[in-house]
Design a protein. Sequence first.
Length: 253
Amino acid sequence: MEMLKSIILAVVQGVTELLPISSTAHLILISEYLDIEMGTYLLSVLHLGTTIALIFYFLQTLPKELYQKKHISFWLKVLLSTLPAGIFGLLFKNIIEERLRSTSIIIFSLLFWGIAIILTDRIKRRKKKITDVTWKQAVAIGVSQIIAFLPGTSRSAITTITGILVGVEKYTSLQFSFLLGLPLLLGASLYGIMEKGIFTLCTIPNCVLLIVSGGFTYITLKVLNKYSKRRWLTFFGVYRIILALILLLLTLK
């Protein structure tokens, strides 16, 4: 039964991690409903599955020119822009896990950023290549990831909103957000796993969780790439607001 519950969490992780609806909020809420502990190690395994899927996806879809020497500066933008959130996460890891996972914070974040996403979706930006993201834009998007430590915010939501506000087209912002997530997800997952030892991954249950979370992450990426059309952010904003209102009603009973 516990394995089935973990697989459900792996599916949730794969579907929600890259969508602007907050995977952390969904994992916390569903783990409470299923009565399963959402520990750091389990979360790290699920994140690792997502990271592997992201790497595999980008190797297939990113323009081949991005792997040439002339684009080293672009990858430096990506790496340096992850530092603020990475450092913040290391310094305040315990506070985040112990004090910032309340239902009230999740409800507020889902509602507030849901409205923000809908409003931001109305801003029009000229389509640009991902390599056209400037240093200032990259740093602004990277720093905004710190806000995503609040459950219910969503890293992809806040980085996409920030990207649009600093002049980047919304889908380019989301793509850049995915790339920024790679070092963070990889670092966070390996850090959590190494606390118990890397060889703890070599079990059938953990391999199943890696495959499930990675597989659903890859499917979500493909679907998002196919259907990321006009007003698609609004759809997720409305979803967030509805979920927040449902949770609010449940807590008031």
